[in-house]
Design a protein around this ligand. Structure first.
Ligand code: AMP
Length: 212
């Protein structure tokens, strides 16, 4: 089973994707983490990341294509978080999958209000040493807002979680990503879920809908 999980930043895509990956034996692809890793050796990619703008497809397409092909061969499918993010990327992905005799089975849409996105993202902190993620307004909350519970590292705010970048990312979601949702709805493969509920309720809801 191949899934795409979509929703604005802060809608809980990563959390839900990890739970679904464990439940169904799917390879979880976190595009943001993948690109942040590429950015360590590529200052151009890093510039895009810091601004909250999308990175041009040609800077990562080959790497993703190979990774997905290899992971599909050894897992029961994939769950994609952060890719595709534009209608063009969706079409590229469908073409790659067709070449492998595969398809996207369902597109999961986590729905959340804009003001909730602002609240959740502005509270997000990441440990500069071990990468552990916390949230000062939701969970997991660190004991000390500036220090990592796990390794004692300093907690920082991602540059693209600052208000201007959040606004830009929300606009991009509406302009670039919403068309994928419209197409998935037309094809009858869209699963919509209310993402403003407790995490485990959302997970159960998605699993139930996927099994229908
Ligand atoms: P995320 O952690 O998913 O919020 O992604 C962080 C940043 O990575 C985004 O603001 C973009 O700059 C970049 N990014 C993530 N996914 C994509 C994608 N599919 N295409 C282009 N850029 C992306």
């Amino acid at each position: 089973m191949n899934l795409i999980i979509l929703g604005p930043q802060g809608s809980g895509k990563g959390t839900q994707a990890k739970a679904l990956s464990a439940y169904f034996g799917l390879y979880y692809h976190d595009m943001g983490a993948f690109l942040r890793n590429l950015a360590k050796a590529n200052p151009k990619i890093n510039q895009y990341l810091l601004s909250g703008n999308l990175i041009p497809d040609e800077m990562f397409a080959d790497a993703i294509k190979i990774l997905l092909r290899d992971q599909m061969a050894i897992n029961k499918g994939i769950i994609l978080d952060g890719f595709p993010r534009t209608f063009g990327q969706y079409q590229i992905l469908i073409k790659w999958l067709e070449e492998l005799g595969e398809k996207i089975d369902k597109v999961i849409y986590l729905q959340i209000a804009d003001n909730e996105v602002q609240k959740r993202l502005s509270g997000r902190r990441i440990c500069s040493k071990c990468g552990q993620i916390y949230n000062l307004v939701t969970s997991p909350k660190p004991q000390n807002p500036a220090v990592c519970d796990r390794c004692g590292g300093k907690l920082a705010q991602r540059e693209d979680d600052k208000p201007q970048a959040i606004k830009k990312r929300l606009e991009l979601f509406k302009k670039e990503t919403m068309p994928i949702l419209d197409l998935a709805e037309q094809k009858g493969i869209l699963i919509k879920v209310d993402a403003m509920r407790p995490i485990d309720k959302i997970t159960r809801d998605i699993i139930q809908k996927l099994k229908q």
